[in-house]
Design a protein around this ligand. Structure first.
Ligand code: DC
Length: 223
């Protein structure tokens, strides 16, 4: 359980490509909080595993990598991740990482190690933390909890637009990936993706980005 925290924490959870990260970043900027996208931590473990040629089924080796993660690799101001002095944030979002990270995120020991880091960061900062299990598991005592969602088709459409000039994935391929990741995230035994009982659920399927930000800010008048 989380220790008593003198700092304020806001959790934002939601499925892949729901826009939670962009919303969380914008929110943190507006209210002058630090920002942590916990998905990048799981992605970093996947990245390091692939770099070392570790099979995704080799749980022990992946746990070892998680144990050796240096938390200063994550910049809470700029949302960047560094490895050996180089920015690797863009590499963490490539498709080969997308397809392995959900499998790695199922390992309970990996989760335990990363959750400990996440709680430590939350204890020391006014923070917007984004992920899948923040309101339910990582910060059950968060001051405000949001669950951002949208239909798989809308999420795929938005992701397709974002990636248009970066790679040549079709809308159908993106939709397939999103549905597959949803199914792994929702059905896994450890910390499955579900809204916390006290989370405010915001479906942005019919909302522009600006309206979604306004919708969240409405609930934050008293911070
Ligand atoms: O939000 P994202 O797509 O960058 O997350 C990458 C993966 O990490 C995704 O498969 C779910 C997992 N994840 C998780 O299990 N718990 C979190 N708090 C954040 C991400």
């Amino acid at each position: 359980m989380q220790n008593k925290n003198t700092y304020k924490n806001i959790s934002i959870d939601g499925p892949a490509a729901s826009g939670k990260t962009t919303l969380g970043e914008e929110l943190a900027l507006r209210i002058n909080y630090k920002f942590l996208d916990t998905g990048l931590m799981y992605r970093f473990v996947a990245f390091r595993s692939l770099l070392d040629g570790i099979d995704v089924n080799n749980e022990k080796a992946i746990v070892d990598i998680s144990n050796n993660i240096d938390i200063s690799s994550f910049d809470l101001q700029k949302g960047e991740v560094y490895f050996q002095g180089k920015k690797v944030t863009a590499s963490l979002k490539e498709r080969n990482i997308d397809s392995t990270v959900s499998l790695i995120a199922k390992y309970s020991l990996v989760r335990k190690i990363l959750v400990n880091h996440q709680r430590q960061i939350a204890l020391n900062n006014n923070l917007v933390m984004v992920g899948r299990d923040i309101g339910t598991v990582v910060l059950p005592e968060a001051d405000h909890k949001f669950f951002i969602t949208a239909t798989p088709e809308i999420r795929a459409k938005r992701r397709f637009k974002d990636l248009l000039f970066l790679n040549n994935l079709s809308y159908e391929e993106i939709l397939y990936d999103i549905k597959k990741r949803d199914s792994i995230d929702i059905s896994r035994k450890n910390s499955p993706l579900i809204p916390a009982k006290d989370a405010i659920v915001i479906d942005t399927s019919e909302m522009s980005f600006d309206i979604s930000v306004i919708e969240i800010m409405k609930f934050l008048e008293v911070l």
